[in-house]
Design a protein around this ligand. Structure first.
Ligand code: ADP
Ligand code: MG
Length: 292
């Protein structure tokens, strides 16, 4: 018997133009091939990701290496509610007991991750879903005991990411880390982790050109609710110290500061606006850019 014969090409490998995607090659001709960008997709846009994911597929088709990090916290809260489990937050981070950790792994590592990967593939891209546990990518211990099973990143091993990028895949990373350090016997092997610091750590580990946070506000806002187009390190720290940047914006700005250490440019932009990612690649950023 002969081996398996593939009789028709994979429809997902069709050029994007045949699938009617906004490829915008005209704008992209100045982009350098093999540059890598890390895109964090916020939970607020879950289920409405398609325009963002179309942009991501267009980037991939133009030779940009894209890593996607996702949140999905809203969905975790929804599923916890269905199980009658209460949830609480401390400075934008979910307090995580054992049942909450299990739910985080199931919902973020499963449902949300596969939804994003499947959608990218259906749009003609090539994506692989992983978590920080896979390939021991994101190694952590418990930072603040008050938060429970929440990881603090100690080391990132980007070997798996680099292999996937080299093979032409978009790695889609769910925010779960490998409990690699100071783990007592019987403790879980994974820890919940906020997607924002995770994105910062991954951007730093692969020395990404850009780290882009897509969220549900126009960018970082000042105390009057006005968009701040540019921030340097000092101004970013001041916003954090003054409390003008609060809640979910805290881990994002900290993620930006981490990525800045290796020369990455960080941006926080409105993911609800179509085409923002392709614009950001042309340095036509509509939100906030953070640079040293
Ligand atoms: P995501 O799912 O994108 O991580 P979050 O809700 O965690 O979204 O974080 C974004 C939120 O941060 C905004 O919706 C806003 O309520 C809050 N936020 C707090 N301070 C600021 C600020 N200074 N500028 C903009 N957003 C802020
Ligand atoms: Mg958040």
């Amino acid at each position: 018997m002969r081996g398996l014969l593939i009789t028709h090409p994979h429809p997902n490998l069709l050029p994007s133009r045949e699938k009617g995607l906004p490829c915008n090659n005209d704008n992209m001709e100045n982009w350098e091939m093999n540059k890598s960008i890390v895109v964090k997709i916020g939970g607020a846009t879950f289920g409405k990701h398609d325009p963002i994911l179309e942009d991501i597929v267009a980037l991939q088709k133009n030779g940009i290496q894209v890593v996607v990090i996702h949140g999905g916290g809203n969905l975790v809260t929804e599923w916890l509610k269905k199980q009658g489990i209460k949830t609480s937050f401390f400075r934008g981070e979910r307090v995580t007991d054992r049942p909450t950790l299990d739910m985080v792994a199931a919902v973020l590592g499963g449902l949300v991750n596969k939804q994003i990967v499947g959608t990218i593939n259906s749009l003609g891209g090539r994506a692989v879903g992983i978590s920080g546990v896979d390939g021991a990518l994101v190694q952590s211990n418990i930072g603040n005991k008050e938060l429970g099973y929440v990881g603090s990143v100690k080391n990132v091993d980007p070997t798996l990411l680099e292999a996937l990028l080299k093979a032409g895949f978009i790695p889609v990373v769910s925010p779960i880390s490998y409990y690699a350090f100071d783990r007592p016997p019987g403790a879980p092997v994974m820890l919940n982790i906020n997607g924002d610091p995770l994105a910062g750590e991954i951007a730093a580990a692969i020395k990404a050109e850009k780290l882009i946070f897509l969220t549900d506000v126009p960018g970082v806002l000042d105390k009057n609710g006005k968009l701040i187009p540019k921030l340097n390190i000092k101004q970013t720290k001041e916003l954090l110290d003054s409390g003008v940047a609060a809640g979910g914006m805290i881990p994002k700005l900290n993620g930006c500061l981490k990525a800045l250490e290796v020369g990455t440019t960080a941006c926080i932009i409105d993911g609800r606006e179509p085409g923002v990612l392709t614009k950001a690649m042309d340095n036509n950023i509509t939100g906030t850019t953070i640079q040293p």
